[in-house]
Write a protein that binds this ligand. Sequence first.
Ligand code: GLU
Length: 447
Amino acid sequence: MSVKVRFAPSPTGMLHIGNVRTALITWLFARNQGGSYLLRIDDTDQERSKVEYEQAIEESLTWLGLDWDDKAHQRKRLDKYEAAIQKLKNDGRLYACYETAEELNLKRKSQLSRGKPPIYDRAALSLTKDQISKYETEGRSPHWRFKLNDEPIIWNDMVRGEVKFDGALLSDPVLIREDGSPLYHLCSVIDDIDFGITHVVRGEDHVSNTAMHKQMFEALGAKAPEFSHLPLISDAEGGKLSKRLGALSVLDLRDKEGLEPMAVNSLLARMGSSDAIEPFLSLEPLVKNFDFTRFSRGTPKFDTDELMRLNARILHEKEFSAVKSRLEELGLSGVTEDFWLAVRPNIEKLREAKDWWDVANGPVKPEIEDRAYIDDAVSVLPSSPWNENTWKEWTDAVKEKTGRKGKDLFMPLRKALTGMGHGPELAVLLPLIGPEKAKQRLEKDAA
Ligand code: GLU
C-alpha cells in the first residue's frame, strides 16, 4: 500500500517554527516512502479562517521547498460529510445535546470542585421527549456529540510507542455545532478516510484527539491510519516557544531575518532526533536518510544561535549561480563570482553581502584625519594585482615606514578607505576595492 499523508493547517494564522516542523517531517516521510502529500486546509472555523493565511501558508511551504500533490478544503466538502453523519446518528453514536455553553461551564466547575475530571455526563442521553420538545420550543437547537465506547484505546505510535487511553475517561467530543456546521474532529476523520490517508503525523497536543478519532474511524467502518505524534518544541530554556525567532512566522524568517530556507529545514528536520544537526544545501539527503525511529519523545529545544550558525554555514557553501539573482535583487547589479567567493565566508546572512558591496564599490566618503600618515601609507601601497595577502603586505610596510602598530596603524586606513570605523574585514575588502579606487579614496583632498 503506498503511503499517503496530509498536512492539515487551519488557516487562522501564519506558519511558524512549531507547525512548520510537522509540515516538514510529514513531507520528508512521504518523499522517503515515495508516497503522496495532501495539503488539507482545515477551514471549518468560518470566522477565524482567512484566505490571506491560506496564501501565506502556501507561500511558506513553497519557500521551504515542500511541494504537495493534492489540495483540499474542508469547507468545500460539507456535502461529503452528510452520509457519515447520518450513519453515526442511525447507529446511536451521534446524539443531540441541548446544554448551553453556560450550563456546560457550570457542570465542569461543579465536577472540578468535587475533585472529578470534567467529563461530559451524558445527561442528554436521558432526556425525555417532553424535555426535548420543551427545549425546541424555547428555540434551542442541539449540538451533537460522538458517543465514545467505554473501552481501552490502544495504538502503536511511530514516535511515542504504545499509547493507551481509557474511553471511559474521555469526554464525548462535540462533532456538530448548534448551527449544524461540522467540527474539526468529524471533518478530519472523514477526510482521512476519503483521501485514503495511511499515516497521520501531528503534534502531541493531538494525542487525546487521536484516541477519540480511533473510535470514530471504527464507528465509520474504516481502518484507522498509523499515527505519529511529535513532541512540541520548547525554547532553549525549556519554556514555551514564544520568544525571538521561535515566535516568528516562516515568512518573517525569510523577510525580516533574511534566512535561507535550508537553514530552517536543516534544523527542523533533525531537532529532537538522534541524527546530528548539520547544514544541508538541499532536501534530497534529508529525504534519503529520513527515519521515524530516530525521533524521541523528549522535548526538542529550539536554539536561535544554532539556526544562525546553520544559515552561515549554508551560505559559505553556496554556489554563485544559486545566489546571483538574489544578490541582484539586493541591489548588487553587475555582481561577479569573484565578489561572491571573497565575501561568502564572511557573512552570516545573504543581505550582509550588500554592506561589502557598498564599501567595495562606493561611493564612500573617506575620513582622513592625519593626512601625512595616509600619504606615507600610500607611498608603500603594494603593486597590483591585489589578493588576500595584500593587506598584510601593505600594513607590514606601513609599520616599517611609520613605526605605528595595532589600532593606530589600521584604523586611519580603514576610515580613509571605507569612511567608517567598523565594517567588513579589510584583508578581504582591499582586493575588492582594487588599487584604483583605493588610491582615489586615500588621496582624496590630498594637498
Ligand atoms: N487543523 C489541525 C491543526 O492545525 C490539524 C490537526 C491534524 O493534523 O489532524 O492542529
